[in-house]
Design a protein around this ligand. Structure first.
Ligand code: ATP
Ligand code: MG
Length: 284
């Protein structure tokens, strides 16, 4: 039976947290690694809509790594990575584009719009929301980073109460299309929009001292501690672009970055609305 006194106490303690967030911009990077189960995906969508209804301005940036790999294998292409970033030749680029802009983006948008007109799907190419800068001088390498960001479209969508959902694809000044690591895009947009928080939804509980031991989760970390963990190889693979962007955004006045497990039902609400939290919180 519902304990009404406890319920009211919980709501009251939540209200002081909610007050800090209302009207603020929060960028949520939804990793492809956390998208593999439909019921968990629905829990993430419900959390995003709940936060939106509280009056928080949400921008979603998504990945799609495992889904891209699935389609690459179907086309007999072996996925390859360097320091957690996908090596992207012309053929890989075509598949990345089709999966991210065509499949993952529209799937998230339609789930968010099931009960109302909330979300709009975009990639960097829409209204030149962001430009890509190639990372390599090799003309067959289509990995880019974020150049100029056009925040105008995002701020007006947020002002009108919409949730922009962004695929990490952009073109350069010559119209060539690039794959940009979604963590990097989430970081660049957090900075450009002066977001209060950046939250990574991934497939681990946060940053762990030993990935094989969940009880080694590091709940509170500062930039010097993160740099130390990176140098000592505790942070590896797909966690590298995440922490690089954490450091960058924290130095640019984003107040905190959270890395949480998108495979834990309602991790977003637990991280934002409970004092115990569930993931790693990084501050300057
Ligand atoms: N110290 C660490 N603590 C936690 N995870 C770590 C650590 N070092 C490396 N990792 C790895 O980082 C991975 C998360 O990054 P990954 O790129 O795979 O997911 P994602 O960014 O959420 O998804 P996508 O790249 O599809 O957007 C974890 O699955 C884990 O294997
Ligand atoms: Mg990744």
């Amino acid at each position: 039976m519902l304990n009404s006194t406890q319920f009211i106490q919980d709501l009251m303690s939540m209200s002081s947290l909610i007050r800090q967030y209302v009207g603020q911009i929060i960028v949520i990077k939804y990793g492809g690694s956390a998208m593999q189960d439909e019921s968990l995906k629905k829990a993430v969508i419900d959390d995003i809509l709940f936060l939106h209804l509280l009056g928080i301005k949400i921008v979603v940036v998504h990945g799609g790594g495992p889904i891209i790999n699935h389609w690459l294998y179907k086309c007999n292409i072996k996925p390859s990575f360097e320091n957690g970033v996908r090596i992207t030749d012309q053929k890989t680029m075509e598949i990345v584009q089709m999966v991210l802009e065509g499949k993952v983006n529209k799937n998230l948008v339609s789930m968010l719009n099931l009960f109302g007109n909330y979300a709009i799907g975009l990639s960097g190419r829409d209204l030149n929301l962001m430009h890509a800068v190639p990372l390599s001088s090799n003309s067959n390498d289509f990995v880019g980073t974020v150049g100029k960001v056009n925040t105008k479209i995002l701020t007006s969508l947020l002002k009108d109460g919409y949730i922009p959902v962004i695929a990490s694809i952009a073109s350069d000044s010559l119209g060539r299309v690039y794959n940009i690591n979604a963590d990097t895009v989430a970081g660049a947009l957090s900075k450009a929009l002066k977001a209060q928080k950046l939250i990574f939804l991934t497939d681990t509980s946060g940053i762990m001292f030993d990935i094989a031991k969940p009880d080694t989760l590091l709940k509170n970390l500062t930039v010097p501690q993160v740099l130390d963990l990176k140098q000592n190889n505790v942070i590896k693979g797909g966690m590298i672009p995440k922490v690089d962007c954490c450091i960058d955004v924290l130095r640019s006045k984003v107040q905190s970055v959270h890395i949480i497990n998108g495979c834990l039902p309602h991790a977003l609400l637990l991280e934002m609305l409970t004092s115990d939290r569930v993931g790693s919180m990084l501050t300057l």
